[in-house]
Write a protein that binds this ligand. Structure first.
Ligand SMILES: Cc1ncc(COP(=O)(O)O)c(C=O)c1O
Length: 394
């Protein structure tokens, strides 16, 4: 049992967080203190079915014994090693990554979060092209550091911090003509999510991804695929692979190390070659703990057949939610274990009702709830979800 348990009482936990934290998050009224596989437990011992994996990170579920043992072993061996030194664990992780890297994305930069991975991608695109501007998509979400925020669309995130750094234009989603009009000789890169996550789970069409690829290539700009949310959970390592499009830069984070902080920016040889030595870096990026976490996660995803399981369970969940015929539901979208359920009303009461019933899901925009469960779900968890949805959605 952890040594921080003097805070086990919910009121004490809430008082401490509210006193000491900037009030930037709309918090739910439970404290999560423990997890086991696909379940989470609050400070009163109530069990929740985890259908969100903490915003898409805990793909192996909670307290996975193999993952915990690997991290304990790494902690007892070497936790930190700056990138100016070689590391055996980092080398092993990079070798494993190379087995799933999209064709041609042979070089990696390691950091500690999604936003950092995006920052690196934007900087690298500028360095490689010598161009200043970016094209991003309306409703797109890429993180909240100053550069990443510039390509994130929602004014709720942007307005308090303007003016933002790079000059960015946001074009409509899935609109090849708008991309055509926006990409000129000043554009360093187009950045897009293959499936928009925060916006409400909107898969981009293969045609619009192909158009983005063709137009960027024709006009000397780069294509950046943001797979921070889509990575590893759509039935394959990368969601964009299904379209046949290969980007020049791919960023991922969240699920890559099953919840241990990590960010990854994968680039082509020419992009990597354009980066002067010492031009970018990170003290923590590529540390052996994060690399060990990533290594054990990637091996588990492959060896436990979790890509295949995500694809199968995802298809079943989408069909079965549609099959409920719930009057409140407008649409069910998604791929693998990244699913959005759009309602005909605001989503907050449904989130609350599901939480009451012991199921944790996430919002995605004002009227959609999002399922990003751990990939270790089995049929039993799907049945529990369906039972809760049947009651909650009426
Ligand atoms: C598509 C996408 N890009 C970037 C980010 C930012 O990642 P982080 O919160 O790790 O900075 C997120 C986080 O939700 C995301 O979904």
């Amino acid at each position: 049992m952890s040594t921080v348990m003097n805070h086990l009482d919910l009121a004490a936990v809430q008082a401490s967080e509210q006193e000491h934290q900037a009030a930037l998050y709309a918090k739910r009224d439970i404290a999560l203190v423990r997890g086991e596989g696909p379940y989470l437990y609050d400070s009163d011992g109530k069990r929740y079915l985890d259908a969100m994996s903490n915003y898409g990170v805990a793909v192996l579920g909670h307290a996975d014994p193999e993952f915990a043992a690997a991290l304990a072993d790494q902690l007892a061996t070497l936790a930190t090693c700056h990138q100016s030194f070689f590391s055996d664990t980092r080398a092993a992780f990079l070798d494993e990554l190379a087995t799933i890297a999209p064709e041609g994305l042979a070089k990696s930069f390691l950091s500690n979060s999604g936003a950092e991975a995006v920052e690196a991608a934007l900087k690298f695109a500028r360095a490689a092209t010598g161009r200043p501007r970016f094209v991003a998509l309306k409703r797109g979400y890429h993180g909240r550091t100053l550069g990443a925020l510039a390509v994130t669309a929602d004014t709720k995130y942007r307005a308090p911090f303007e003016p933002l750094v790079p000059e960015t234009v946001h074009v409509p989603f899935d609109d090849a003509a708008a991309l055509d009009a926006a990409i000129d000789e000043t554009v360093a890169a187009v950045i897009l999510e293959p499936i928009q996550g925060e916006a409400g789970v909107f898969p981009a069409s293969a045609e619009s991804l192909a158009a983005a690829r063709r137009l960027t290539r024709e006009r000397g700009a780069l294509l950046i695929a943001d797979e921070i949310q889509t990575g590893f959970r759509t039935g394959a390592p990368w969601a964009i692979a299904g379209s046949g499009v290969v980007p020049d830069i791919l960023v991922t984070a969240k699920a890559l190390a099953n919840g241990f902080p990590i960010g990854l920016t994968m680039v082509t040889e020419p992009v990597a070659g354009s980066l002067p030595s010492g031009a970018h870096g990170s003290t923590f990026g590529g540390n052996p703990l994060a690399c060990r976490a990533g290594l054990v996660t990637l091996k588990a995803l492959r060896d436990r057949g979790l890509y295949e399981r995500s694809a199968t369970l995802g298809t079943e969940i989408v069909e079965e939610i549609r099959g409920l015929g719930a009057a409140k539901v407008r649409a069910v979208r998604g791929r693998g274990l990244m699913i959005g359920v759009e309602l005909k009303e605001r989503v907050t009461p449904t989130l609350r009702a599901l939480q009451e019933r012991g199921v944790l899901v996430l919002p995605a925009g004002p009227v959609t709830f999002r399922l990003l469960p751990p990939l270790v779900w089995e049929r039993q968890q799907v049945d529990e979800l369906l039972a809760a949805l049947r009651e909650t959605l009426g």
